[in-house]
Each structure stands twice: as C-alpha cells, then as structure tokens.
Design a protein around this ligand. Structure first.
Ligand code: TXA
Ligand code: MG
Length: 311
C-alpha cells in the first residue's frame, strides 16, 4: 500500500500520475483532467469501458466559466449545493481545456465541487480540474474507506487517506444540457431538495443507460447474491443481513444501516456494509430489509437494485 501526504498527492497529480483521494461521497481515483495521458491511466486502473464519462472536480467557482456554458439553473444549483454531493452536466465550451476522453467524446462535461476539506485543499494545490470516478474496479462496490480502495485497486495504488466518507453514496448527477433538468443518477443530495431549488420537477429518463452510461446495471455489484425487501431469513441459507430499523432475528451476521431508521445514516453505512458482508467467510448471500423510497432512500434503493441485479 502506498499512503501519500497531501503535498505528494498534489505533486503526483500535477506530474500526470493517478491518486485516490477521499471526498465526502466516496473515494475518487483522480488525474489531471487536462492531460489525456493521465486520464487514460484512470480508465486503465479501473478496467473501465472507455465510453463511460468521468466527473471533473474543481476547487473554486471561478474555474467553472472556462470549462462549460453556465446558465441560470446551474448557478442556482451550484449556489445552493456546492461544495457538496451534486454533479452538474453542462455543455462544454469550444475552448474547454479538459481532455475529450473525460467526456467520453460527448459535447458535455460533468462537474462537481466536493465539500471534503482534504479534497478541497488537494484541488486547490493542484490548481487544475481533476477527473475522478469512484476509486474501485469497474463494476465493483464503491469505496468509502482507504482500505476499500486498496482491496479493489491493489496495493500499488497511491492513496491519500481522508478517513471514512461521511455521505457514503455518490453524488446526484443532474443533466442541464437540454431545456429540462434531468436526474441522471440519484445520489447524496435528495431529488426533492433539488426540485425545490429549481422550482420545477426533474425529468427522469426512461432509459438512464443511454443518457448516463455510468448507470449501467452491472454497477455496484458485490460478489454475493443480494436479496431485497427481506422480511424473514430463508431456511437453510446463511445470509448476512443489512438491517434498517430494529434488525430481524435469525441471520448469521447483521450489519445495521441505521437502527433508528435514519436515511442519511443508512446512506453513510451502505457501501461499508456491503463490503463487510461480501468479505465475511461462510455467508452465501446478502439480505436487505426494506428501505423507504423518499429522500436519500431513492439513491440507496437505486444502488441496492443494481447490486441485486448486476451480477
Ligand atoms: O460522488 C461522486 O460522484 C464520485 C466522487 C469521486 O466524486 N464520483 C463518481 O464518478 O461517482 P463515476 O465516474 O463513478 O460516475 C460518474 C457518473 C456516471 O453515472 C457517468 O455516466 C455520469 O456521471 N456522467 C459523467 N459525465 C457525464 C456526461 N457528460 N453526460 C452524462 N453523464 C455523465
Ligand atoms: Mg462509480
């Protein structure tokens, strides 16, 4: 394992290397977004299909105008939710210095200003937009600790350890390239909150796969099969339980997402819980209690559905 300091991480990024770093949502695998060779290293490290566009991370609002066309909706959302768990997809400017590979050739760019203090300091030191998808091998569960990153990407990856990620779910991705703001991926900011600031409902594409390739169903899959909306143990099975509210009895191993039924707490514990059960010896499946669909429950259920279907 290669633990790096913040100044080493910044130097590595400036010289074209990849570094994993903590954000408040999940760990990202970063590279200088303006350097095509550096960006290619992200795709290589993740084993990611190259049609999948990446999120560009910025430290400061002043970086925004040089990259994308910013409209009134984008300004309002950025003011309300940045720094934070929101990603905005906006039209690239013709002179945008970000490598086309970051957009996977699309005429748009996904941007986010993270809130994690260490990520903000890192981005400030680098002074350039940093492309960073979640720091896991493509198709694996996203990492919310430095150890998850090493387990998924191997011991040679440089990691800036910023502790466990407090939000624990990827950012919400909003498309602003057309007349109607579109929910491309539910995430760490609830869709209801975004609609309140926009003053209009978000469009929800029927087939998110086409709009946002990161929504591929194979995403977020643990090794073990996942069973959802569970009300009782299956006879003869050794399942681990992800519980919500008071845990059901009769399971081999229980990881509580939130004993009090708090969706924010459950989101923060989701990926760590999936990782823990997936690594537990002797289990043959993961059972998940029902999670309500409002607020962050929408993103939690989205990831769980993918985890259940995606193997
Ligand atoms: O919380 C997060 O968003 C984390 C941290 C590291 O910032 N990053 C992350 O990146 O989840 P990634 O690459 O795993 O997911 C990026 C998402 C995908 O769903 C991708 O398809 C979508 O953003 N996306 C990126 N650029 C896009 C574009 N130009 N148009 C549509 N969707 C885009
Ligand atoms: Mg990801």
């Amino acid at each position: 394992m290669v633990d790096v300091t913040i100044s080493e991480a910044a130097e590595k990024l400036k010289s074209g290397a990849v570094v994993a770093f903590a954000t408040e949502t999940v760990y990202g695998l970063g590279a200088d977004a303006t350097d095509p060779a550096a960006v290619a290293k992200i795709y290589a490290a993740k084993g990611r299909p190259d049609f999948n566009p990446l999120i560009c991370h910025i430290a400061d609002l002043s970086q925004l105008d040089g990259l994308v066309s910013v409209d009134e909706r984008a300004r309002r959302l950025a003011k309300a939710f940045w720094p934070g768990a929101l990603t905005l997809v906006l039209p690239r400017r013709p002179d945008c210095p970000v490598a086309p590979a970051v957009s996977a050739g699309l005429p748009s760019l996904a941007l986010r200003m993270p809130a994690h203090p260490q990520a903000r300091e890192l981005l400030r030191l680098v002074g350039r937009p940093v492309a960073a998808p979640s720091a896991n091998r493509s198709g694996h569960v996203s990492p919310t600790t430095a150890q998850h990153v090493r387990d998924s990407l191997g011991p040679d990856i440089a990691v800036l350890d910023g502790g466990p990620c407090p939000v624990g779910l990827e950012s919400t991705v909003i498309g602003l390239t057309g007349p109607q703001a579109t929910l491309l991926r539910p995430g760490g900011v609830a869709a209801e909150e975004i609609e309140r600031i926009l003053g209009e409902p978000l469009a929800r594409p029927q087939d998110m796969k086409l709009e946002s390739p990161g929504m591929l169903l194979k995403h977020y899959a643990p090794r073990l099969p996942v069973r959802l909306e569970v009300a009782a143990p299956l006879p003869g099975k050794q399942e681990g339980l992800l519980s919500f509210g008071p845990p059901l009895p009769g399971f081999a191993h229980v990881v509580p997402l939130s004993v009090s039924g708090d969706l924010v707490e459950a989101a923060a514990n989701l990926y760590a819980g999936l990782h823990e059960l997936d690594e537990q010896a002797g289990l043959d499946g993961i059972a998940v209690m029902p999670i309500p669909g409002h607020g962050l429950g929408q993103a939690i259920n989205d990831r769980l559905t993918r985890a259940a279907r995606g193997r």
